[in-house]
Design a protein around this ligand. Sequence first.
Ligand SMILES: Cc1cc2nc3c(=O)[nH]c(=O)nc-3n(C[C@H](O)[C@H](O)[C@H](O)COP(=O)(O)O)c2cc1C
Length: 336
Amino acid sequence: MDLASEYMGLGLRNPLVASPSPLSKTVDGVRRLADGGVGAVVLYSLFEEQLRREAALNARLTDAGTESFAESLSYFPEVAQEEPGPRQYLSLLERAAAAVEVPVIASLNGATPGGWAGYARAMQDAGAAAIELNVYYLPGDPHISGREVEQRHVDVLTAVKDAVSIPVAVKLSPHFSSTGEMALRLDQAGADGLVLFNRFLQPDIDPDALAVTPTVELSSPAEARLPRTWIALLHGRVRAALAATTGVEEPADVAKYLLAGADVVMTTSALLRHGPAYAAVLLDGLRAWMARKGFAAVDELRGILSVAPGTDEAAHERADYVSALRKANSSVYGPW
Ligand SMILES: Cc1cc2nc3c(=O)[nH]c(=O)nc-3n(C[C@H](O)[C@H](O)[C@H](O)COP(=O)(O)O)c2cc1C
């Protein structure tokens, strides 16, 4: 059974990719993901805020002179207890890339154009096979126009692309007025891959504690429907590779994304729930399904259920919507 796949020009042994999560915070964690069988690993994200803070810290140290080193550090007391910083990230990246056979992709997470984006170059030099740029931006200010939000995505991508020669994927949100046009703009701006979609932190409210409770919950397979719909629509319409993220729990979820047209299928929640070795279960299940269906290679099945180019996409989506509603209504009220 041939699972070999290509993602942004990288040859992968299979299309299953470990997406950013705490599982990739150590070299041992990355090794366990690779041993589980994934085709590539995307490291957890390094955040724009961390890079800005380090740049500010360095500037203060330079200004203050070496004698006042301890005093200068106290300007940023939180740094010591924080997430591993940029230097630790590069060190992990370098050691992880040397420790495993599969490509290791670095993740840079930010929302505003700026010098921090140039850090992608250091990631390339440390051995990243590619960069995944997570533009995690929620325009909470109601005065910001949709066009400004879109332009910001393009500007951040352009800054990262200018810094590196390795491929750059953009992990984006589904919340655009025209998600398809945003994808096309990123494609035209040079994105080598599109990762669909970011899953935003949606805080809950605890009515007893009268408090807002930010939570990161693991996903469920039903959440895969939105990214899968967009992958089916974008397949064959963009030059960029398409990576699916969200809602993989069973081998069938991997198969569905490939049928829709994903070049690779990413997973985090399933690996957090069942452990990195679960990648082998997903891959074995994919092989068994392919054998049952008579497919010898993933390239034979990729995209066969995508929306064919030349289709009137809006009419297609509306037709599906109307017929689904009709079916649902007739099951309650009888035929329309
Ligand atoms: C605990 C946790 C940590 C995550 N950290 C990151 C991160 O650092 N960067 C990022 O781009 N995505 C991060 N994600 C999002 C995942 O990479 C993935 O896109 C998302 O969980 C949807 O995929 P899934 O349904 O397979 O979990 C994180 C998700 C979880 C659950």
